[in-house]
Design a protein around this ligand. Structure first.
Ligand SMILES: Cc1ncc(COP(=O)(O)O)c(C=O)c1O
Length: 375
């Protein structure tokens, strides 16, 4: 059997990772400024993480959500403290799309209404509801297309209010920072305006922090820079450094009932051990502070480079827009300079490294980038 051919691949196979670097079978080292798409938060093969997973799988890797699991409770409590949402509840699942799917359900159950308001160029995942709220017709199958999702431009509060006035929306779904769109920033005023309007019209505000959360921007969640508190927050990617975990943080006014949400694998013992180890490392190594500091450094150094169309971002979620396609530059960074980066759209380079990168790695990228664009 062959693989179903849906991924365009670079002819490179990392077989080992350590910190901010991955290695192929020949021992060639690559600086990883992509983190496997914002997933590697604490660096590859962190010894504390490896040890925690190894110990847990040797004790008990999995049991179903029909019995007590104190690891889930411990993780929810630790996460609540770490991110400042101690009064919220937590539901664990397996991916970002699944987290958004459950968030949409919660808002719809809560209000009894059916429609979601999302934003131009949004990406929320590939399952049914999440992909319907994703503004990319190429990945939305006819089955997923629904009149239950509408899109308005990001940062356009008038357009939001015109829709919410209709009275049929259960939620507004917005990314902390739009990632797949090429690091497009909602303004602080816009997020505060969304909070005001959703409260006024009795609509849930869902913040998708799957890419922008978990410390990436220098605060636990990107929306915390705007000083707002959403009703529902979704997380995944960096939460367990590559072990598939998603989660939904749920404000106290949502009522749970048995059977309302569920999953076989979500919150299993191994997932909790991985996620707890990630929180340990984020806290012990002050990685959120580091993301802020190294991110500011990268952004300020990039701003000095002439000829770039725009540099956008916050912390270690950075988009560098060129006035030409970026694919060749990414290819040369990888094959000539041995640096992994991400892309978005045609002309934006995306940096989504682990929160542990230092000035050394930042300088290595800046030098390689300048060398190539100045050729
Ligand atoms: C903002 C955002 N939401 C949701 C998702 C979907 O996450 P997953 O691929 O884990 O389903 C992604 C993935 O890139 C994302 O960036």
């Amino acid at each position: 059997m062959n693989l179903f051919d849906v991924y365009p691949l670079y002819p490179i196979e990392p077989v080992r990772g350590k910190g901010n670097y991955v290695y192929d079978a020949d021992g060639q080292e690559y600086l990883d400024l992509y983190g496997g798409h914002a997933v590697i938060s604490i660096g590859h093969a962190h010894p504390h993480y490896v040890d925690a997973i190894a110990r847990q799988v040797a004790a008990l890797g999995f049991y179903s959500n029909s019995v007590e699991n104190s690891l889930q409770k411990e993780f929810a409590s630790r996460l609540g403290k770490a991110c400042g949402y101690e009064d919220y509840s937590f539901f664990m699942c397996n991916s970002g799309a699944e987290a958004n799917e459950n968030a949409i359900k919660l808002a719809s159950f809560h209000s009894g209404k059916v429609k979601i308001l999302a934003f131009s160029r949004a990406f929320h995942g590939r399952t049914s509801g999440a992909v319907a709220a994703t503004d990319n017709p190429k990945i939305v199958s006819p089955f997923n297309r629904t009149a239950n999702v509408e899109f308005v431009p990001l940062n356009d509060l008038e357009a939001v209010e015109a829709k919410l006035k209709e009275g049929s929306f259960c939620a507004v779904l917005v990314e902390g920072i739009q990632g797949v769109a090429g690091i497009q920033m909602p303004t602080g005023d816009f997020l505060r305006g969304l909070r005001r309007l959703t409260t006024q019209y009795g609509v849930s505000l869902i913040l998708d922090e799957i890419q922008s959360g978990y410390g990436r921007t220098g605060k636990f969640f990107a929306h915390q820079w705007a000083g707002i508190r959403p009703d529902i927050i979704t997380v995944a990617k960096g939460i367990a450094n590559g072990f598939p975990v998603g989660g939904v943080l749920i404000a106290p006014h949502f009522e749970a009932w048995h059977g309302m949400l569920g999953t076989t694998f979500g919150g299993n013992h191994l997932a909790c051990a991985a996620a707890l180890a990630v929180l340990d490392v984020i806290e012990n190594e002050k990685l959120i502070e580091n993301a802020n500091e190294v991110g500011e450094y990268l952004l300020s150094e990039l701003a000095k480079i002439p000829g770039l169309k725009e540099v956008r971002g916050k912390g270690l979620m950075i988009g560098i827009e060129l006035d030409k396609p970026v694919a060749e530059l990414r290819r040369r960074l990888l094959f000539e300079k041995h640096i992994f980066t991400g892309g978005a759209g045609i002309s934006t380079l995306r940096l989504l490294p682990a929160l542990s990168i230092g000035r050394k790695e930042a300088d290595c990228f800046l030098k390689a980038f300048k060398d190539l664009i100045n050729e």
